[in-house]
Design a protein around this ligand. Structure first.
Ligand code: SF4
Ligand code: SF4
Length: 368
């Protein structure tokens, strides 16, 4: 009896692995549902205000417990987590490979690598995840089986599950890192009521290979990595350019540190030695749209509602909103050191959007 249950579990694990490969995932692993030590820090991180205005991270259950602090609270029925990862890296140079004042990048902004693709990764990773979920259901043949698929939206800290599924280790830059693929990985998770055998081939949990390296911490321009493995979102350029609504904080160091970033920031991944030889993805939907790599700042500062909607339909960039993207573009102009932007900034200082006009005023002062 025990032997046949084990055999069945191993068969289902093999089916999941095959289905994930067929769906185009580069890595797949299975983690048990248990409270990992990494999650003990989460309530403190929230209490210290490091999540900024990202209120969704503070979602609580009926007893007032933080959902993301324990999967056993948020999904008491879940027994295992299937974690799938897909590489989104492309052959384009890293943001740190050419300084922002080089001829190529002069007057150009930076959109984070993950947002260059043809399709929002939430949708494309979810489509692939559904294929794995369907194969799991077929293999299991149990009508009572419960599954839930999530790409960033679940009551779960995906990178912690990924660590215990053997996908990689959590680096000092707080990203999941795989020894072979680096850190350019999208994660998707399937919670299931099934007790699944972890795939021991990947090794659980993935060992930490950061060693004595501190490159990511040293390179962060806004000191957002306040300690190894600890991020203060309020100082992170990704948070400031994507999640922060309204005007940016009146903090000179922070605004200057944003450099030419207008959507996200890749610096702490660009400098990571494990990304030096990161392979490029084979997935067609992650191939970069030319206009999103080193985009022109004046184009984005003046983009109208119709063009914004057309350009960023189905793109993660729309999360920043048009006002946020324009605000970020004028701040980047201020940081460019290029006085050719002054006439446009003078015009934008009278923009009807106060967030843009405030940013333009700051940029003019910075340039003059
Ligand atoms: S994404 Fe940029 S700002 Fe945020 S921690 Fe990494 S280097 Fe710092
Ligand atoms: S840069 Fe160094 S310390 Fe930071 S994540 Fe990479 S290996 Fe770890």
């Amino acid at each position: 009896m025990f032997r046949s249950t084990m055999l069945r579990s191993a068969e289902i694990t093999a089916t999941i692995t095959q289905a994930a490969t067929d769906a185009g995932f580069d890595l797949v692993g299975i983690a048990p549902v248990e409270d990992a030590p990494e999650l003990e820090y989460f309530p403190r991180w929230i209490a210290q205000g490091h999540a900024g205005e990202m209120k969704y991270l503070e979602a609580r259950d009926e007893q007032g417990r933080l959902k993301r602090a324990s999967l056993s609270h948020a999904a008491p029925w879940a027994r295992s987590v299937v974690v799938c990862a897909i590489n989104y890296n492309t052959g384009q140079p890293y943001s740190t490979q050419a300084p922002s004042d080089s001829t190529t990048n002069k007057g150009r902004g930076w959109i984070s690598r993950y947002a260059w693709g043809q399709q929002d990764y939430h949708d494309s990773v979810m489509q692939r995840l559904r294929q794995v979920e369907a194969a799991l259901k077929r293999a299991c043949g149990d009508d009572d089986l419960v599954t839930r698929c999530y790409v960033d939206t679940g009551p779960i800290v995906e990178r912690v599950a990924a660590k215990y599924a053997g996908i990689g280790w959590i680096g000092k830059n707080t990203c999941i890192l795989n020894q072979r693929l680096g850190s350019w990985l999208f994660l998707g998770v399937i919670l299931t009521s099934l007790d699944l055998d972890p795939d021991l081939e990947l090794g659980l949990p993935a060992p930490d290979r950061c060693g004595t390296c501190t490159r990511c911490i040293d390179a962060c321009p806004t000191d957002a990595l306040i300690a190894p493995y600890q991020l203060d979102s309020n100082r992170c350029i990704s948070y400031l350019t994507i999640e922060k609504r309204g005007s940016l904080p009146q903090d000179e160091e922070l605004r200057s540190g944003m450099g030419r970033h207008i959507f996200g920031c890749d610096i702490c991944q660009d400098v990571c030695p494990w990304n030096r030889k990161a392979p490029a993805t084979k997935a067609a939907e992650f191939q970069p749209r030319e206009e999103l790599v080193n985009p022109a700042l004046d184009w984005l500062a003046e983009i109208n509602a119709e063009e914004f909607s057309r350009t960023f339909r189905g793109s993660p960039v729309k999360r920043a909103n048009r006002a946020g993207l324009r605000r970020n573009a004028v701040i980047a102009m201020g940081n460019s050191g290029d006085r050719k932007f002054l006439p446009l900034l003078e015009k934008l200082a009278a923009d009807e959007d106060e967030v843009v006009s405030e940013g333009a005023g700051w940029a003019i002062r910075k340039l003059t």
